[in-house]
Structure formats: C-alpha cells, structure tokens
Design a protein around this ligand. Structure first.
Ligand SMILES: C[S@@+](CC[C@H](N)C(=O)[O-])C[C@H]1O[C@@H](n2cnc3c(N)ncnc32)[C@H](O)[C@@H]1O
Ligand code: SF4
Length: 349
C-alpha cells in the first residue's frame, strides 16, 4: 500500500503557491500531530510500499513530532519501502535530515525552485542558492542517496541562458532526480491575474527537456526526470493510496477521499472524509490523461472503436507509438491535446 502524509505548515507562504499550507499557525502544530497520530493509528495497515510526507514544509517541524508516527508504522515498513519527505532548503538542517534518515526516510525532495538569487526573490522564497547546496551536502552526509530538487521554469525571468544556469547548478550537485514545474498562476494567490509574471514558452520547455535528457535525467513524466519515484508512479497508475492529515487526498478503487481543508476542522475530527465517487468514464479519462503525460502509456483495450481509430491516426503521424497493446506519447507537452482529441466524450460536447 501507498501512503501520503500532509504537513500543512510553512515558515513563509510563497506568493505563487496554492497548496494547503499556513505560515501563521505554528501554535497548532502539537494538536495537529496529535490528530494526525490518531488518524494513522485508527487505520488498518498492510505492508507499505511507499510513504510520501508532503506539504507544506515537513522540515519546518521538529523531527521529534514524526517519531511516534514512524514508531507506529515500523512493523509495516520493509527494506524496499520508499519513504520520501519534502523539505525546504533553509529549514532542512543536518540534524533534521539525520533524524529523519534514522527513522528510515530514504528519499528527500528539496523545493529549490532556482539557483538565481533574482528569480528566488521574484518567487518570494526565503532561501538562497547556497542554502540548497548546503541542504544537499547535509542530506548526503546524513546518508540520503535519493535526492530530488524541484525547480520552477516559465517565469518572466527565464531564458535559455537562465535555464542553462539552473541546469549546470543541478548537475554540479550530483543528485538523481529533478522535478521541473512550469509556473502556474494559481487562483487565490498573489500571482493570480499576473500574466506578465509568466513566460509560457514551448521553445523553453523543449530546450529544458532536451538538456535534462542529455545530462542523463530521463523524462518519465511531463515534470519528472531521473530515477523513478515509486510513489508518483503509483498515483499515475491509479493504484490505491491512503491520505493522512488535513488537505490529504486518498484513492480507493473508484472513490476519492478528501480530508478537511481546514486545520481546526481536521483537529476536531481527524477521521472525517468527503467522498467523491468516480464512474467508469471518470477513471477512463484519468487513465488516458495520466498515461499520456508519462511513460506509462494508454492501454488500447480501454478505447472504443472510434477512439482506437483516432489513436491510430496519431500513430501514423508519429505523435504516438504503439507497443504490446499500449499507445505511448512521444511528446509529453502535447499530452492534454492528444487526450482531448482521442477521448470521444469531449468531441461530443
Ligand atoms: C507541495 S510543494 C512543497 C515543497 C516545499 N514546501 C518547498 O516549496 O520547498 C512542491 C513543489 O510544487 C511546486 N509548485 C508549487 N506551486 C507551484 C506553482 N504555482 N507553479 C509551479 N510549481 C509550483 C514547487 O516547485 C514546490 O517545490
Ligand atoms: S511552495 Fe512550498 S514553502 Fe512555498 S508556500 Fe508552497 S508549500 Fe510552502
């Protein structure tokens, strides 16, 4: 089984970020973790394949809060369990990383965003390029072999030169995974309605993907490169996963389970979930979108006759390739357009 644990605290809210996190609620940390432990202890676990501690900023919380959680999960964690934590470069100290590593966390994902001080300032980050370098150094010292760095591209400050600068810095740090996200102007953030902040350029994205590939980071999903993260892969395969904590989402067969998007509500009742039922068509759309955005591909058996015809047209045009009963996307940047073209219900509307 796969589990996700949400930590909704950040030392500073970034102006572009719409994730469930607060920078002024640290007085609730103790109650939040009590509720989180209660929710986790209430669950009947089986062997755990992957754990992902996300946020928010897990490294903004003292490692001792995680101890009871890992103590409880210990019997279900094996040698092969992938356990990732997200962390911010300025709060992931050696002591924090070392304690997490001792609790068997074996993968760390740093929100680097950029190595350019001007771009970091533009993104409202409270860390420097040097903080990332120190964080990676400390993670290695603590024994982490699987290290991811998140970067953001497609900002008004990006150019081929800027991206090359980011890439050289990434390369120098000798890590094995990179997540590169194109800046999204999210609703209800300070970046909303600021199109001038974004440079939505296919030329730049293609350049970035090509260079990452040349550097040995194989693209396995539109935003992910390098050594495959098993937890991410499970999401895209539509495997079941359990979400713990406020804002967490879980998935079970044909149901999506949403935890409260409010700390007080969650602390009052950590077990409440809102349930969304997904029908066969919803699952089919997700399978198509996720399969085309990643190396997973789309099973031809789920397509009807007409959809199959359209997929074959794309295959002839070399936009899709076909192997062992599956269609694979050759250009992830076109994933959504291809999905919309193939799936019949969209053309009916
Ligand atoms: C859930 S966040 C947590 C990471 C961590 N708190 C940090 O920021 O260092 C994961 C990643 O999502 C990306 N992200 C968040 N908001 C974004 C946006 N509006 N556009 C593009 N990427 C975004 C950032 O790269 C961030 O590192
Ligand atoms: S990007 Fe990371 S640090 Fe910034 S607000 Fe979002 S979760 Fe917090």
């Amino acid at each position: 089984m796969h589990i996700y644990i949400h930590i909704p605290f950040c030392t500073k809210k970034c102006p572009y970020c719409a994730f469930g996190s607060y920078d002024k609620s640290f007085d609730m940390v103790s109650d939040y973790f009590k509720a989180l432990c209660f929710e986790i202890k209430n669950y009947k676990f089986k062997e755990i394949s992957t754990v992902f501690i996300g946020g928010g900023t897990p490294s903004s919380i003292n490692s001792r809060y995680y101890e009871p959680i890992f103590e409880y999960l210990k019997p279900y964690i094996g040698k092969k369990t992938e356990i990732t934590t997200e962390a911010n470069p300025n709060s992931a100290t050696f002591n924090w990383l070392n304690s997490m590593r001792k609790m068997r966390v074996n993968r760390v994902s740093f929100g680097t965003q950029s190595f350019d001080e001007k771009k970091l300032k533009f993104l409202g980050r409270n860390h420097s390029a040097n903080d990332t370098k120190m964080a990676v150094f400390n993670a290695k010292k603590a024994g982490f072999k699987n290290i991811n760095l998140d970067i953001i591209y497609g900002t008004k400050l990006d150019s081929k030169k800027m991206l090359e600068f980011e890439l050289q810095n990434l390369l120098n740090l000798e890590i094995n995974h990179i997540s590169a996200y194109s800046l999204i102007l999210e609703k209800n953030t300070s970046f909303e309605n600021k199109p001038q902040f974004q440079k939505d350029s296919i030329v730049l994205a293609k350049f970035l993907f090509k260079r990452l590939n040349e550097m040995g980071f194989k693209q396995y999903e539109i935003s992910n490169f390098g050594e495959i993260c098993k937890h991410n892969l499970a999401y895209w395969k539509l495997e079941n996963y359990v979400g713990f904590g406020a804002y967490a989402v879980g998935f079970n067969k044909n149901k999506r389970l949403y935890s409260p998007k409010d700390l007080i509500k969650y602390i009052k009742n950590p077990l409440q979930k809102e349930i969304e039922n997904l029908d066969k068509n919803d699952l089919k759309i997700e399978h198509i979108f996720l399969g085309l955005r990643s190396i997973l591909g789309v099973d031809s058996q789920i397509l009807n006759e007409n959809e199959l015809k359209k997929a074959k047209i794309l295959e002839k045009e070399n936009k899709l390739s076909y192997k062992n009963g599956k269609f694979y996307n050759t250009n992830f940047l076109l994933a959504d357009e291809i999905a919309l073209f193939i799936y019949d219900d969209f053309t009916k509307n």
